[in-house]
Design a protein around this ligand. Structure first.
Ligand SMILES: Cc1cc2nc3c(=O)[nH]c(=O)nc-3n(C[C@H](O)[C@H](O)[C@H](O)COP(=O)(O)OP(=O)(O)OC[C@H]3O[C@@H](n4cnc5c(N)ncnc54)[C@H](O)[C@@H]3O)c2cc1C
Length: 397
C-alpha cells in the first residue's frame, strides 16, 4: 500500500468524499482514510434538503429513496399545524450508507485511493508533511483534510481550538406494517414542543421510517423518553423492527482557526451543522469542496491555502451560521414567543424556513431583511433577551 500522498482526506462522509472527488478530478494524488468497513451505517435522518442538493456536484438520484415535496410542522400543545409544498423536493430521503458510498465511489472513479477499516489514531507535523498514525501503520500527506466528523481525532490530537456546541440526537430506524407507514409517504414531518429546546421528525424511507429527536440543550434532556412519547404520538403501535442509534451534532463552529499549517477542518469536524435544524450535510459538502478548491487555488503553498480557505469560509459559510444561531435562539430559548409568533404568522414562518432549506433564501435574508421573518418577533425578543443584533462582518462566526 502506498503511504505518501499530496492530500490525505480523513473520513468518507459527504465532506470528505466531496473534497476527495474535487481533488481527484484536478489530478491531485489523494487518498481517503476511513475507519469503517464500507458502505457503513451513519446515524442520520438522511434528509437531503434542496440546499444540499444544489451544493452537490454529483447526481445522487439513484440513492434517493423518496422525494418529499411536502413538509409539515406541528406545534403540539398549541394544536397548530402548517404544511408547505414545493414543485422541487423540499427533502430527498436517503440512507447514509448508500448516499455516502455513492459520493465516495465517484471520487474513486475520478482517481482517489480509498483505505477502509483504517482508523487514524494521531496526527503530527513532520517537517513539510503531516504524519498520520493509523491502526495499519503510518501514512504521510503534504496536506490533510480532516473530515472525520464531530469527534474528529485529527483535530483533537493536534490540539486545535474547539468551542463547538455538540448537541445530542437520536435516530431510530423503524419498520411498521405498510398500512401504518403509508400515511407518512412523501411528507417530511417535524414536531415542536415534544421536549423543551428541541424537535422531533419522521422521515419516510423506501421500506421504513427514520424517526428522530434532538435537543439544542447540551445536557439534561431525556431523549429516550421523548422518543417513546413520539412513537406513541405517531401511532407507530405495531413496530415490527426497530434499530436505535444516537450521536451528537455540532451546532456551533469551532472558535477557529479552521486551518493549522497543513491541516484543514471541514464538515462536522469544523462544527458546520445548521444551528436551527441540525442539518449538516449542506455545509459538509460545501466546506469539503471549498477546502479542495483552496488547495488548488493556493497552489499547495501553506500560506496561500490558509488565506484562501479562511477567506472562503468567511464569505460563504460563517455569516450564514451566525445568522442561523441568532434565529435558533429565538426558536428554542423563547418557547412562549415562538408559540405567539407561530399563532400569528406560522404559515409565513414555515414558508420562509422552507425557502432557506430549499436554497432559495438565506438565514441572513430572514434575519436582516426588514420585511422578512423577524419583523414580527424582534421587538419582543430583544426586550426579553437584551440582545441587539448587528450585521455580521466577514469572518465573524
Ligand atoms: C441523529 C442525527 C440525525 C441527523 N439528520 C440529518 C439529516 O437528516 N440531514 C442532514 O443534512 N444532516 C443530518 N444530521 C447531521 C449530519 O449527519 C452531519 O452533519 C454530517 O454527517 C456531517 O458530515 P461529515 O462528512 O462532516 O462527517 P460524517 O458524516 O460524520 O463522516 C465522518 C467519517 O469519518 C470517519 N471517521 C471518524 N473518525 C475517524 C478516524 N479516526 N479515522 C478514519 N475515519 C474516521 C467516520 O467513520 C465517518 O465515515 C444528523 C445528525 C444526527 C446525529
Amino acid at each position: 500500500m502506498s503511504t505518501t500522498y499530496d492530500v490525505i482526506v480523513v473520513g468518507s462522509g459527504p465532506a470528505g468524499a466531496c473534497a476527495a472527488w474535487r481533488l481527484a478530478q484536478a489530478g491531485v494524488a489523494v487518498a481517503v482514510i476511513e475507519k469503517a468497513a464500507l458502505p457503513r451505517y451513519k446515524t442520520c435522518g438522511g434528509g437531503l434538503v434542496g440546499r444540499a442538493m444544489q451544493a452537490l456536484p454529483l447526481d445522487v438520484r439513484h440513492v434517493t429513496e423518496q422525494e418529499c415535496h411536502t413538509a409539515q410542522l406541528n406545534l403540539l400543545p398549541a394544536g397548530l399545524s402548517f404544511t408547505t409544498h414545493r414543485s422541487a423536493p423540499i427533502i430527498s430521503m436517503t440512507m447514509r450508507d448508500q448516499f455516502d458510498y455513492a459520493l465516495l465511489s465517484a471520487a474513486q472513479t475520478a482517481g482517489a485511493v480509498v483505505h477502509q477499516q483504517c482508523a487514524v489514531e494521531k496526527a503530527s507535523f513532520d517537517g513539510d508533511v503531516v504524519t498520520l498514525t493509523t491502526n495499519r501503520g503510518s501514512m504521510k500527506g503534504t496536506f490533510i483534510i480532516a473530515a472525520d466528523g464531530a469527534l474528529s481525532t485529527v483535530a483533537r490530537t493536534m490540539g486545535m481550538a474547539d468551542g463547538r456546541v455538540l448537541i445530542p440526537a437520536l435516530e431510530y430506524e423503524v419498520t411498521v406494517p405498510p398500512d401504518q407507514s403509508d400515511r407518512f409517504q412523501n411528507t417530511a414531518r417535524f414536531d415542536f414542543d415534544l421536549l423543551p429546546h428541541g424537535y422531533a421528525w419522521a422521515f419516510p424511507k423506501r421500506q421504513h421510517l427514520s424517526i428522530g429527536v434532538l435537543s439544542m440543550a447540551q445536557r439534561g434532556s431525556d431523549l429516550k423518553s421523548s422518543m417513546a412519547r413520539y412513537l406513541d404520538l405517531l401511532g407507530c403501535g405495531s413496530v415490527t423492527q426497530i434499530e436505535r442509534h444516537g450521536f451528537v451534532i455540532p451546532v456551533r463552529p469551532r472558535r477557529g482557526p479552521f486551518v493549522d499549517k497543513r491541516i484543514l477542518l471541514v464538515g462536522d469536524a469544523a462544527g458546520f451543522a445548521d444551528p436551527v435544524t441540525g442539518e449538516g450535510i449542506s455545509f459538509a459538502i460545501q466546506s469539503g469542496l471549498i477546502a479542495a478548491q483552496s488547495l488548488i487555488d493556493g497552489r499547495f503553498e501553506e500560506a496561500s491555502v490558509r488565506s484562501e480557505y479562511t477567506r472562503s469560509l468567511a464569505e460563504r459559510i460563517l455569516p450564514e451560521l451566525r445568522a442561523g444561531r441568532w434565529l435558533a435562539r429565538l426558536l428554542y430559548d423563547f418557547p412562549r414567543i415562538r408559540s405567539w409568533a407561530f399563532s400569528r404568522q406560522g404559515q409565513r414562518l414555515c414558508e420562509a424556513v422552507t425557502d432557506v432549506m430549499s436554497g432559495k433564501r438565506t438565514y441572513r435574508d430572514l434575519v436582516f431583511t426588514p420585511r422578512a421573518l423577524l419583523k414580527h418577533l424582534t421587538p419582543h425578543c430583544f426586550k426579553r433577551s437584551g440582545y441587539r443584533p448587528a450585521r455580521p462582518r466577514d469572518g465573524q462566526a
